[in-house]
Design a protein around this ligand. Sequence first.
Ligand code: AMP
Length: 192
Amino acid sequence: MFNLILFGPPGSGKGTQSAKLVEKYGLIHLSTGDLLRKERQLKTPLGIEAQQFIDKGQLVPDEVVIGMISSALDENPAARGFLFDGFPRTVAQAEALDKLLELKKSSIALVLFLDVNEDELIQRLVNRGKTSGRSDDADESIQRKRQEVYKHETLPVAAHYEKFKKVVHIDGMRGIDDVFSSLALHIDKKIG
Ligand code: AMP
């Protein structure tokens, strides 16, 4: 199995690049944001609980998202690999993911970190808010909160994987195709 984490702040292009990467490499895309939005649409108890956090720009509790990822891994026993997008977002989530993969005799091969500066992130999210229909995109104070949460709770996840020399930084300020070429180059190098 080849497992990849696409890492970066909200608005760095993870969703856009994930769609292209899963198509090229045949990986299963696991976006906790997408999974939570699906639960909300279906009005499940989990979806309703999660919405309270999402609407404030806060993180949904670790056990909720870890449970979702654990089920998704079990549901895809024949997968060639997984692309994790928006997960892990805390060190506790990263440690749980490492254990879940270990149980499947696998691990994270690579963490691709999309670097985008904060002004550009806010600009992109403002634009996305006009069309995405996402309540947490439409409000600039929620966007700022999400960037704060990212810095305090999610950035340490990169440090966790730096310890294992798994992180590669990619300049995410360029156009979609240029960023994609860089990501693909690093994946190809790793796959060999
Ligand atoms: P995203 O689509 O990845 O930007 O996620 C949207 C929102 O869903 C986030 O602001 C969080 O409230 C919640 N969320 C998504 N993924 C996670 C996660 N791994 N841990 C906690 N909350 C999450």
